[in-house]
Design a protein around this ligand. Structure first.
Ligand SMILES: NC(=O)c1ccc[n+]([C@@H]2O[C@H](COP(=O)([O-])OP(=O)(O)OC[C@H]3O[C@@H](n4cnc5c(N)ncnc54)[C@H](O)[C@@H]3O)[C@@H](O)[C@H]2O)c1
Length: 386
């Protein structure tokens, strides 16, 4: 089915890997709410005010994969993100969503890809009027170890899956079925071969590692300090969170990608290594799993900076956020961007979506907050012009 470009992505099919996780289950409640109290969801989106994506009506279909047992409503209750008063009336909607078990992780990658691609075709056949997007909400994982040579697509498919994160199977299935990709996880899926193929096939890749809370404000503040030529001498960031993402990130190997994504961007924005005069980085980021908080994460930042004559000043920031409440609208916004880009024929990694990510994929992504907003405007203009 073809879509007219002026149709601003009103009907979408989100195929989520990690469909019963904290973020995806929150998106599922938002999909249900859109049918009844649409304002409560639409007012939290950034795309509703951005031509050509502006829309007064939006319909979301959800499908996906998760090994977690039990109905989706039980997952929503378990995560405790959305108040019962909001989700309980949507139990039937939630439990009717098609969420399948992922393929056996011990299978050859080619067999996993075939199984996921079959599921994707099946989901799309059930919703032919909706624009499909694959959304990666899998847990943070260690980077794939693929050896020194760049593998071809065929090499990749022949890999034994042991030691590979499951993200790769979903990515290759999206590539095979021509579905745009939103990688909200910190996991690397943008292998060179995959990027080349995505570009060739006109499949947009948005990613990676959603910039939801502390890092979002870090980009804003760092851009503001840079704009005033205030010199950042050190930046200490601490996070506590008690959801399963937080528990997962206690594994140093799984956390290392996320910490790198959170750390690197400050030097990139400022244009110098923070801590250069100490010969050691003074940008420190810590994440601590703290069960009492659940999804209601808290973050502290201490920012030491200097002005004229090197006189020291300091700024404190305390964010009392909600991880999945911040993330879910971004996932919907990104799915809308990805679908619109696909329709406009734009494929491969989309650096201009850097506003949404800690580690934007693609070449020369916008760094400062101002550049990131300007890049979104540029992207909107390209979509409109196509
Ligand atoms: N919440 C935020 O603010 C935020 C910000 C940036 C990035 N992220 C990333 O988004 C991702 C999702 O976050 P979350 O809080 O929903 O995590 P979560 O742990 O609640 O959910 C992950 C889900 O994936 C499922 N899963 C595991 N293996 C699977 C497989 N092979 N196939 C399908 N499903 C599988 C799990 O059962 C679980 O339900 C994580 O990688 C997280 O680091 C989150």
């Amino acid at each position: 089915m073809t879509h007219r470009l002026e149709d601003p992505c009103r009907e979408l099919l989100l195929m989520c890997a990690g469909a019963k996780g904290a973020i995806a289950s929150t998106v599922a409640v938002a999909a249900a709410e859109l049918q009844q109290e649409a304002r409560s969801v639409l007012s939290s989106l950034t795309t509703t005010t951005m031509p050509p994506l502006a829309a007064e009506r939006l319909r979301l279909h959800l499908a996906g994969w998760d090994p977690m047992d039990g109905p989706l409503s039980a997952a929503v209750q378990h995560h405790g993100v959305v108040p019962a008063a909001v989700w309980q009336g949507h139990g039937a909607f939630l439990d009717a969503l098609d969420i399948r078990r992922p393929p056996d992780g011990a299978l050859l990658l080619a067999d996993q890809v075939a199984s996921i691609a079959d599921d994707m075709r099946n989901f799309m056949a059930r919703h032919p009027e909706a624009r499909p997007v694959w959304v990666n909400l899998l847990p943070a994982a260690c980077d794939p170890i693929l050896g020194p040579d760049t593998p071809t697509l065929n090499d990749l498919l022949q890999l034994p899956a042991a030691g590979l994160a499951p993200d790769l199977a979903y990515t290759l299935a999206a590539l095979e079925t021509g579905v745009p990709m939103v990688n909200f996880s910190p996991n690397t899926i943008e292998l060179p071969t995959i990027c080349v193929e995505a570009r060739r096939r006109g499949i947009p890749m948005a990613g990676r590692d959603g910039k939801t809370g502390q890092t979002y404000f870090k980009v804003v503040l760092a851009s503001a300090l840079k704009a005033r030529a205030l010199y950042v001498d050190g930046w200490y960031s601490l996070n506590i969170l008690g959801n399963s993402d937080g528990r997962n990130l206690m594994d140093p190997e799984r956390a290392c990608g996320k910490l790198n994504n959170k750390t690197r961007l400050l030097d990139e924005i400022l244009g110098y290594p923070v801590g250069e005069r100490y010969d050691a980085p003074t940008h420190k980021v810590h994440i601590d799993y703290y069960p009492p908080r659940g999804d209601a994460k808290e973050a502290w930042d201490v920012i030491d900076f200097t002005g004229i004559f090197g006189l020291p000043m300091s700024l404190r920031l305390n964010l009392q956020g909600r991880d999945s409440i911040l993330a879910a609208p971004m996932v919907i916004d990104l799915a809308r961007w990805a679908a619109a880009l696909k329709t406009a024929g734009i494929g491969g990694p989309v650096a201009d979506l850097g506003f949404f990510f800690k580690k934007p994929v693609g070449e020369s992504p916008p760094l400062t907050f101002q550049e990131q907003l300007a890049a979104l405007d540029r992207l909107a203009a390209v979509i409109t012009a196509e």
